[in-house]
Design a protein around this ligand. Structure first.
Ligand code: DX5
Ligand code: ZN
Length: 229
């Protein structure tokens, strides 16, 4: 298993102060920045694109930016996000015509590539691409919105993917996204995840009275992951 990564989803950040928000979660111990791209077509919501990714890089963000594409089609945006400074690009296999080609586009640009599985998406789509993914991302909610409840069946699916990864012999990250909180992250880690996206759990910890809200959630996450291992 690889070292755990905490990836705050900026979907729940204060967009009017995005640069500062990202600086704050990173200085509070976050490892990656999770960047949710929604197109009002593949998912019923509309968010941010390559210009915002580029703006974070110009602002001085050097941490990995983990771009989660919830868009269809996929391929044209891959090039735009490569240019914009993304580090990882994950996409939903049912949103692209040619999964192998899209993965290859990401890898050829030198970025980490990944496939994302919705709660009802079967895992057999991994069968012929285990050597072409750096990340397998399991959605533990239906994509489109922050703040939804974790779907418990994801734990079984995580265990199944963990087995596939271990059997493959490849260094593939197992990422989970949706409803990750302080009270369930230990179970999620025990089921085999090593990369944890959390939006509302982290950004809702911000309050006027608690300047250290982010530190405290992120350190509780890390403690629970360590004791699950
Ligand atoms: C949902 C997004 C998630 C979302 C997670 O489609 O992919 O990254 O921001 O938010 P929480 O952690 O609030 O469930
Ligand atoms: Zn996401």
């Amino acid at each position: 298993m690889q070292a755990p990564v905490i990836a705050p989803s900026i979907l729940s950040a204060d967009f009017a102060r995005l640069g500062e928000e990202v600086d704050n979660v990173l200085s509070s111990g976050a490892d990656w920045v999770h960047f949710d791209v929604m197109d009002n077509h593949y998912v019923p919501n509309l968010t941010i694109g390559p210009l915002v990714c580029e703006a974070l890089r110009s602002h001085g963000v050097t941490a990995p930016i983990d771009v989660h594409l919830m868009v269809s089609p996929v391929d044209r945006l891959i090039g735009d996000f490569v240019e914009a400074g993304a580090s990882c690009i994950t996409f939903h296999p049912e949103a692209t015509e040619h999964v192998d080609r899209s993965l290859q586009l990401v890898r050829d640009a030198g970025l980490m590539s990944g496939l994302v599985f919705n709660p009802a998406t079967p895992l057999h789509l991994l069968d012929h691409v285990m050597d072409k993914v750096d990340i397998i991302l399991l959605m533990s909610v239906n994509p489109g919105f922050g703040g939804q409840a974790f779907i418990p069946h994801t734990l079984d699916k995580l265990r199944a993917v963990r087995q596939r990864i271990d059997q493959s012999g490849h260094a593939i990250r197992l990422e989970v996204d949706g409803g990750v909180k302080v009270d369930n992250i230990g179970q999620i880690a025990a089921a085999g995840a090593d990369t944890f996206v959390a939006g509302s759990a982290i950004f809702n910890a911000r309050s006027k009275d608690d300047a250290n809200g982010y530190d405290s959630v992120i350190s509780q996450f890390k403690e629970s992951i360590a004791s699950a291992g």
